[in-house]
Design a protein around this ligand. Structure first.
Ligand SMILES: [Zn+2]
Ligand SMILES: [Zn+2]
Length: 345
């Protein structure tokens, strides 16, 4: 099969200035796998990129959650062949800086990603070195767009190192929250509660049985659910996770951490977001505050959990758009009336 010379891609020249352009299909190096992108997930990070945040380098083709099939392989590629169904780990580290040399690539001083500093998956083709590519077998292509979120959630559990039998509160039921909740159930939690706004995300959480208990927050009368949460859990939770990136939730999350417990900050917050926590209580109750940012080397475990069906993602993809509808997809995400939005290329 001969490959085309050019392809369609969502190209940003600057913040908020995007159009679908015809650009060159990337060249395939000896060690590279060329992916024909079938779907690429869109997430909160892409909304930050749209506004010029997240250290984005323009011009850029965004998209860091690509899924597709192998369209070509370089001479040195042995483990992949044309037609294999694949996902790719989009993280990019230098392997040479202070942190990379200490075996901490996540802290790489130039940590970046395909789709943020390098052209990404909202395009018809994309190349990766073969070491960044993983085969999928059972997962449908559109569901495999959740693998990037799942890899980040696996890193979250690495950070948390959950003890056996813990009780956990997850604040939010977006894709990441739903995957984190399931991973926590599989890795030691005796009880997982999700508190989240009423809507399609929480309905999906229930369908997937992501948690054991649900607190449905009515945006018009939120106090009721928070009061029930406090009344039913007077001793709080061993672990509270805020995967929402919401400043307000980061502030209130501490109220639900029990003595000796842990608050894990997880979502992408605005740079201007601030918290106001009482250090006296954090000190007296020995509360730990930890964080989990992105991931490196977590894809093998994420693929194992999702491709086996142990972590369920079927039904999370709520909306499918084309490359030409990219702006509509971003607008839909802003409405919060969607779980996972994907672009079909
Ligand atoms: Zn993402
Ligand atoms: Zn580095």
């Amino acid at each position: 099969m001969s490959l085309p010379q050019t392809m369609r891609a969502v190209l940003y020249n600057a913040a908020e200035q995007l159009s679908v352009k015809e650009i060159n299909v990337p060249t395939v190096g000896d060690d590279d796998v060329l992916m024909k992108v079938n779907f690429c997930g869109i997430c909160g990070t892409d909304a930050h990129i749209h506004r010029g945040g997240f250290n984005v380098k323009f011009p850029i083709v965004p998209g860091h959650e690509p899924v597709g099939t192998v369209a070509a392989v370089g001479e040195k590629v042995k483990d992949f062949k044309i037609g294999d169904r694949i996902v790719a780990d989009c993280s990019v580290v230098c392997e040479d800086c202070f942190f990379c040399r200490r075996g901490k690539p996540l802290y790489c001083t130039t940590f970046g990603a395909v789709g943020i500093q390098f052209n990404g998956g909202f395009a018809e083709y994309l190349t990766f070195p073969q070491r960044k590519v993983y085969k999928i077998h059972n997962l449908a292509d559109e569901d495999a767009t959740l693998l990037e979120s799942a890899a980040c959630a696996v890193h979250g559990l690495d950070q948390l190192k959950p003890d056996v039998g813990i009780e956990v509160l997850v604040l939010g039921s977006g894709p990441t929250g739903l995957i984190l909740a399931q991973l926590l159930k599989l890795n030691g939690a005796s009880k997982v509660a999700i508190a989240s706004n009423k809507g399609v995300k929480l309905e999906t959480a229930r369908k997937l049985e992501a948690a054991d208990v649900y607190y449905e927050i009515d945006r018009k009368a939120p106090d009721e659910a928070w009061q029930r949460l406090a009344a039913e859990n007077p001793m709080g939770f061993d672990v509270v996770v805020n995967p929402s990136g919401a400043e307000k939730l980061a502030n209130v999350a501490l109220n639900y951490v029990r003595r000796g417990g842990t608050l894990m900050l997880y979502g992408v917050y605005d740079e201007t977001a601030m918290v106001h926590w009482p250090p006296a209580r954090i000190f007296r109750e020995e509360i730990k505050i930890i964080a989990s940012f992105s991931q490196t080397l977590c894809f093998p475990r994420a693929v194992a959990y999702l491709d086996s069906g142990k972590v369920k993602v079927k039904g999370m993809v709520s909306d499918v758009y084309t490359l030409e509808q990219y702006q509509e997809a971003l607008d839909k995400m802003e409405t919060r009336d969607a779980v996972k939005i994907v672009i079909k290329t």
